[in-house]
Design a protein. Structure first.
Length: 338
């Protein structure tokens, strides 16, 4: 325990590593590498306005989206932290076209784990000082340790995740993660550079009063989503709900988990398959949501059951308080029938 009587993230990781069925200390080292990288990214995010690292980098990522300067920097920081410690055999990043194979070190050892990461989610908000985040997802490889990592190591169902989490860089910086035994949140004390357990056993309220969706795209939404939004706005019983949309998945999700709510990024007429990435955003957030008593689907099917077919696959995303997601799914199902 620290002087303040609070448990540090490092202490928590060590204490809980025996809960993990494949515990070798390797997963603990992997989480420690993410912890280190998050501190460096946090420093860069906080000085972005004076260090000429806000704005556009002048090129696009594999998604065809303009990369922000901090996107590129955060990507480099996380890849370096993970690859230099021999804790993963491969990395897939939303910012890279293909998987990154991590070569064996001098001891010839290749890790059992792969990491998929969205290094800086919501980065277009950096210029206006709005919270952004990092999302990560960890799997055990399915190929033989010691052999080169393959695409099938990454194209696993979300049910196979061994850990997932996010870092939110906001008014305070937090790491929130799960290894399948509940969800815990740790807040960074910037004066000491240490994360402390601040939100043990986080839970989604069963019901909420917040719906988070970009209503500017209303005309392009499926009928079921339009019907659900009207339901949210009706004056009846515990409604109308409050509309809150930051435009940064990590921030919207984090608020909804604490206060109760639903986040929806549906398919649209322009993006019929949806916009968010199954592997980098939806699977890790769905794992966290379920571990916190929430629910996540594509409007019909449980997110964690979806079979990935490509690295940068997109899907619709409905996630949050269990009763709210179920109600939204009802509207989607009813709209399909008519």
């Amino acid at each position: 325990m620290s002087e303040q009587g609070l448990q540090t993230l490092g202490e928590f990781i060590i204490e809980k590593q025996d809960d993990f069925q494949y515990s070798t200390g390797e997963l603990s080292r992997l989480l420690s590498a993410i912890r280190l990288a998050s501190k460096i990214v946090n420093r860069e995010v906080n000085k972005a306005g004076i260090a000429d690292i806000i704005g556009r980098a002048g090129n696009t990522n594999v998604q065809g989206e303009e990369q922000q300067k901090l996107d590129v920097l955060a990507n480099e920081i996380f890849i370096a932290a993970l690859s230099q410690r021999e804790v993963v055999c491969g990395i897939a990043s939303e910012e890279n076209d293909d998987i990154i194979e991590i070569k064996a070190g001098e001891n010839g050892h290749l890790s059992k784990y792969v990491v998929l990461i969205d290094p800086l989610d919501g980065s277009s908000n950096i210029d206006v000082n709005v919270s952004v985040g990092t999302i990560f997802s960890i799997y055990r490889r399915v190929t033989e340790p010691g052999s080169p990592v393959e695409m099938k190591d990454f194209l696993q169902k979300g049910t196979e995740q061994v850990a997932a989490g996010y870092i939110v860089y906001g008014s305070s910086t937090m790491i929130v993660y799960t290894t399948g035994n509940g969800v815990n949140g740790f807040t960074l004390d910037p004066s000491l550079g240490t994360y402390y357990l601040s939100h043990p056993n986080m839970q989604f309220p069963k019901k909420g009063k917040i719906y988070s969706i970009n209503e500017g795209n209303y005309i392009k939404f499926p009928q079921g989503v339009k019907d659900y939004i009207k339901y949210c706005q009706m004056e009846e019983e515990d409604r109308p709900y409050t509309s809150r949309y930051i435009g940064s998945l990590v921030s919207d999700f984090h608020r909804n988990m604490i206060k109760g709510g639903i986040y929806i990024y549906p398919s649209t007429s322009q993006s019929p398959k949806g916009k968010l990435r199954l592997l980098y955003e939806c699977n890790p957030m769905a794992f966290i949501a379920e571990q916190a008593g929430g629910k996540a689907s594509d409007g019909k099917t449980r997110i964690l059951e979806l079979e990935p077919t490509e690295l940068h696959q997109r899907v619709p995303f409905f996630c949050g308080s269990i009763d709210m997601v179920r109600k939204a799914e009802e509207f989607m199902e009813n709209a399909e029938k008519h």
